[in-house]
Design a protein around this ligand. Structure first.
Ligand SMILES: NC(=O)C1=CN([C@@H]2O[C@H](COP(=O)(O)OP(=O)(O)OC[C@H]3O[C@@H](n4cnc5c(N)ncnc54)[C@H](OP(=O)(O)O)[C@@H]3O)[C@@H](O)[C@H]2O)C=CC1
Ligand SMILES: O=C(O)C1=N[C@H](C(=O)O)C[C@H](O)C1
Length: 256
């Protein structure tokens, strides 16, 4: 199996720590450095404070980014400019940023994977929700996360709504005269679907998609109870990104 050299951005974070462990424990992956803006990572590899400083010194095959929305976008763009394939778990990119990165990957003929959720169960939850949406047009997405999460709604919730939008006829849900007497009571709105974000200590990452029709409801739910649940998706993404020459947004597009 080919050896894949990896740099991880955000190695002290909740996800970054798991990713460091994954890369260090995978025989055909080699961790050649980390990007930590505070230079505080305590690891046996070079610690770079800046992504360009890293790429000027050593060019990995793959950058794994698990940082924050603005930083993740900057890192992904810089990686592509340096000929490095990004595997991005960071959520909160804008639609314009995704379009720009897609075009950049295309022009550089480089693989790039941006996955709002690396957990296989979450990918299935999104796919099953897309299937159900053909039959149930009234949908509420409830995502529940730990209270340190920066972006709301979650990347998974946005992706779920986008996948549902591909198959569901646009419709405004609820009563046509419905009014919020308290702002935000009905959550965010994507194409008439509502998204509700719950943040509580004790939670990790959870989502339920509720469908309603005359006399019945259907609920599809996924729960991540730890961050190891995301790592098999990170591993397969690092392997697959080496074979791609375009940007793929969402693991459902590469899993068979
Ligand atoms: N795709 C998926 O399956 C999953 C995606 N996520 C996403 O991954 C991202 C990270 O989540 P999580 O690990 O929980 O968050 P954390 O806050 O625990 O980790 C983010 C890390 O990035 C670091 N960081 C910030 N700026 C920089 C920078 N310029 N260079 C290098 N490192 C930087 C932070 O350091 P400091 O705090 O010192 O500033 C922190 O250690 C989020 O966007 C989250 O939504 C999370 C789980 C699963
Ligand atoms: O911040 C998190 O924790 C998570 N973020 C991702 C998202 O925004 O969907 C994936 C997962 O839900 C955990």
């Amino acid at each position: 199996m080919e050896q894949i050299n990896v740099v991880i951005a955000g190695p002290r974070g909740r996800m970054g720590k798991e990713a460091v462990e994954l890369v260090q424990n995978t025989q055909h992956f080699t961790l050649i450095g980390v990007v930590d803006h505070k230079g505080a990572a305590n690891l046996d590899v070079p610690v770079y404070k800046d992504i360009k400083e890293c790429f000027e010194s050593d060019i990995p095959h793959v950058l794994i980014d698990l940082t924050t929305p603005e930083v993740g976008y900057h890192h992904t763009k810089t990686a592509l400019e340096y000929g490095v394939r990004p595997v991005v778990g960071t959520t909160g990119f804008t639609p314009d940023e995704l379009i720009e990165l897609t075009q950049l990957a295309e022009s550089k003929k480089l693989g790039c994977i941006i996955a709002p959720n690396f957990a296989i169960g979450a990918v299935l939850m999104m796919k099953f929700s897309q299937m159900a949406a053909k039959y149930f047009g009234d949908i509420e997405i409830i995502e529940l996360h730990h209270d340190q999460k920066l972006d709301a709604p979650s990347g998974t919730a946005v992706k779920t709504a986008e996948m549902i939008k591909e198959v569901r006829e646009a419709k405004v849900q609820g009563h046509p005269d419905e009014k919020e007497t308290l702002r935000g009571a009905r959550g965010a709105d994507i194409d008439g679907m509502h998204i509700h974000s719950v943040r509580l200590p004790g939670l990790i990452a959870h989502q339920q998609v509720m469908f309603g029709a005359e006399g019945q409801t259907l609920t599809i739910r996924h729960d991540s109870y730890n961050r190891a649940s995301f790592m098999s998706g990170v591993k397969v993404s690092v392997e697959i990104v080496m074979k791609l020459d375009t940007l793929v947004y969402g693991l459902e597009n590469i899993l068979e």
